[in-house]
Design a protein around this ligand. Structure first.
Ligand code: TYM
Length: 336
């Protein structure tokens, strides 16, 4: 009997800054676990990063570093498709098409656009505005059933579904309608300094985030100086903003020790915040250590990385082209 066809997964990270513990917990760590059960494609989303000005030499470096980090975290290029977004022109091509099926009003509602245009008021470019359309193209080209992301990206998955449904309603079943997939704990890791805000790689204050590339003693220091509250009680109260700092530490600890925030809170009940912070710092450092050892080894092997992204680009192109041609044909473009 033919083996049951695996469901498809697509996801990616932008090589736009220091990859944070939030990116790891909310996304990459989860991908590693999905590789056996799903047909996975993961990309370095370099085309998305130019919506904000980048330094070219740094971009090249970061894209390769991100790829080495994916692999060091456990993404196996023999199991999952790994590629660089800009190596597959189908992304830009489908994005153009989908732009014509997306309304200005929909894009204006995107919180990431509102945030980023406030932060980069001198460069509110059209790419920043249509960013979610490119992201929709990324996902739809691979006919993904699921998109494992952090909570902050769920609005983009929603608009992707809306665009795909609209297109399908006009032309028949061209695109699989994808669903977002969130981790149970850690879908939104918060800033260590402003725990009601998401931990972000573009935070101007490096104390707010743990970078996967930070020195281990820096990581420990950042966690130990995390902002908490003055109540002095270790309890998990996810809906209480006053408890945001502690909730965040409990969530991080839960993920790093395969537990739940409630259990971790029970384990630390009656202890001081210092004890909790010390334990979280240790768990995070111990979790990152083996990844870093792998990373240091892989990043040196440029030929290996090049081989993977070259093969990845070919496969990505082959898969994506099928969808692109299908869409082109439906629209009325001559394809052969
Ligand atoms: P990016 O690069 O901002 O983040 C990459 C992934 O990390 C998740 N994430 C977090 N999860 C938990 N806590 C946090 N503090 C945290 N910060 C980030 C993000 O939700 C994301 O899953 N637009 C995307 C990149 C992208 C993409 C795609 C993703 C482009 N095309 C297609 C999926 C499918 C982005 O900017 O992610």
């Amino acid at each position: 009997m033919e083996a049951e066809k695996k469901k498809k997964i697509f996801s990616g990270v932008q090589p736009s800054g220091n990859i944070t513990l939030g990116n790891y917990i909310g996304a990459i760590r989860n991908w590693v676990r999905l590789q056996d059960d799903y047909d996975c494609a993961f990309a370095m989303m370099d085309m998305h990063t130019i919506t904000v000005r980048q330094t070219p030499a740094e971009m090249r470096k970061r894209t390769l570093e991100l790829m080495a980090l994916y692999i060091a975290c456990g993404i196996d290029p023999e199991k999952s498709l790994l590629f660089i977004q800009s190596h597959n022109s189908a992304h830009a091509e489908l994005a153009w098409v989908l732009n014509c099926y997306t309304y200005m009003g929909e894009l204006q509602r995107m919180t990431q656009f509102k945030d980023k245009s406030a932060r980069h008021a001198d460069n509110i470019n059209a790419g920043l505005f249509t960013y979610p359309v490119l992201m929709a193209a990324d996902i739809l080209l691979y006919q993904a059933d699921y998109v494992p992301v952090g909570k902050d990206q769920m609005q983009h998955i929603e608009i992707c579904r809306d665009i795909a449904n609209r297109f399908n309603a006009l032309y028949g079943n061209v695109f699989t309608i994808p669903e977002g997939m969130l981790v149970k704990a850690g879908a939104k890791i918060m800033s260590l300094q402003e725990p009601t805000k998401k931990m972000s790689k573009s935070d101007p204050n490096p104390k707010g985030y743990v970078s996967m590339m930070d020195d281990f003693n820096v990581i420990a220091k950042k966690i130990k100086s995390a902002v908490t509250d003055s109540e002095g009680v270790i309890e998990y109260r996810p809906d209480d903003d006053a408890k945001a700092g502690i909730n965040n530490l409990l969530s991080i600890m839960a993920v790093m020790t395969d537990s739940t925030p409630e259990k971790v809170a029970a384990d630390f009940a009656g202890q001081g915040y210092g004890a909790l912070k010390g334990a979280v710092a240790e768990a995070v450092v111990e979790g990152i250590k083996p990844i870093r050892a792998e990373y240091d080894r892989i990043i040196k092997d440029k030929a290996y990385l090049k081989d993977i992204y070259t093969r990845g680009a070919e496969t990505a192109h082959r898969i994506a082209d099928r969808t692109l041609k299908k869409a082109y044909k439906k629209i009325g473009f001559i394809i052969d």
